[in-house]
Design a protein around this ligand. Structure first.
Ligand SMILES: C[S@@+](CC[C@H](N)C(=O)[O-])C[C@H]1O[C@@H](n2cnc3c(N)ncnc32)[C@H](O)[C@@H]1O
Length: 268
């Protein structure tokens, strides 16, 4: 599928099909796990009162608590309906825009969040554009946080949700081999990563000191099938905080986060 069709799918999906707000609040036991982990992976690293750009920030699910914590946040998203909802928070500016071409000057922010665009962009060239734009608008020594969806967990989700025909479908193998989304899905995916590939993309974009962490970790996939439960949530958090950095776990998580620094004379 060409990127133009995926971009049209994104507009339709996030405006008419899917309530992105509910995904991280009430949808399943996984919602709180993902939300808390993203907030802590970011919040534990960035300085007080940071200038943050949340690219692909949707309705402001992460932007709002970061603004409430004292950061100066700007949200960018291509879907007008989501931007309008984000603006209703009233605590940070939100505008329509695309990760591949940001209107901000170089070094405008301390931190860029890219939680969404990379799995909606099909080609490595477009994903690099998005990563380079994020790095460009961040000061030297600043932070870029980027999320991806690992292809192995995506394959598990598809094969649990549909009966696997025999012979095994070529498109499912193609997903595992190269990250190409399986045609016919509701979600307008562009690419599914391996952890290794995500690390290479950040390095190619010129980022340094790269860390990779599972966002939800080993329990996330199971929790997606269950209603919210505080004990389960706490157990899952304990598990991912201890094991989320391990190589095998990073490919078997519902979402994966890469964290990089923009080069400066003082960053390693
Ligand atoms: C699954 S949502 C994630 C929302 C939120 N950042 C989060 O972490 O919960 C993916 C978001 O990426 C946005 N997106 C898709 N393509 C984009 C692009 N080219 N530039 C910026 N955002 C994009 C979508 O509109 C959507 O809001």
């Amino acid at each position: 599928m060409e990127q133009g069709e995926i971009d049209a799918g994104i507009q339709h999906y996030y405006s008419n099909v899917f309530d992105e707000d509910a995904r991280l609040t009430t949808r399943s036991a996984q919602s709180a796990l993902e939300f808390i982990r993203v907030q802590e992976l970011v919040g534990d690293r960035i300085g007080a009162g940071s200038k943050v750009v949340d690219i692909g920030g949707a309705t402001g699910i992460h932007a709002a608590p970061l603004a409430a914590a004292g950061h100066e946040v700007t949200l960018v998203d291509p879907v007008e309906e989501q931007v309008a909802k984000a603006q209703r928070h009233g605590t940070f500016p939100a505008e329509v825009g695309d990760a591949r071409q940001l209107r901000f000057a170089d070094d405008s922010f301390d931190v860029a969040l890219l939680f969404g665009p990379l799995y909606h962009l099909r080609t490595p060239e477009d994903r690099l554009k998005a990563l380079r734009e994020a790095a460009r608008v961040v000061v030297p020594g600043g932070w870029v946080f980027a999320a991806a969806i690992p292809r192995f967990i995506h394959h598990a989700a598809v094969s649990l949700g549909r009966e696997a025909p025999n012979p095994y479908p070529a498109a499912w193998i193609e997903l595992l081999e190269s990250g190409t989304p399986i045609p016919g899905g509701r979600f307008p995916a562009g690419h599914l990563h391996t952890a290794e590939e995500l690390q290479t993309e950040l390095t190619t974009a010129g980022l340094t000191a790269i860390e990779l962490h599972a966002i939800e970790g080993p329990a996330g996939f199971a929790l997606e099938q269950l209603p919210s439960d505080e004990d389960l949530l706490q157990a899952a958090l304990t598990l991912v905080r201890r094991t989320g950095h391990l190589k095998a776990i990073r490919d078997l998580t519902t979402h994966l986060m890469a964290i990089g620094r923009t080069p400066s004379p003082t960053t390693p």
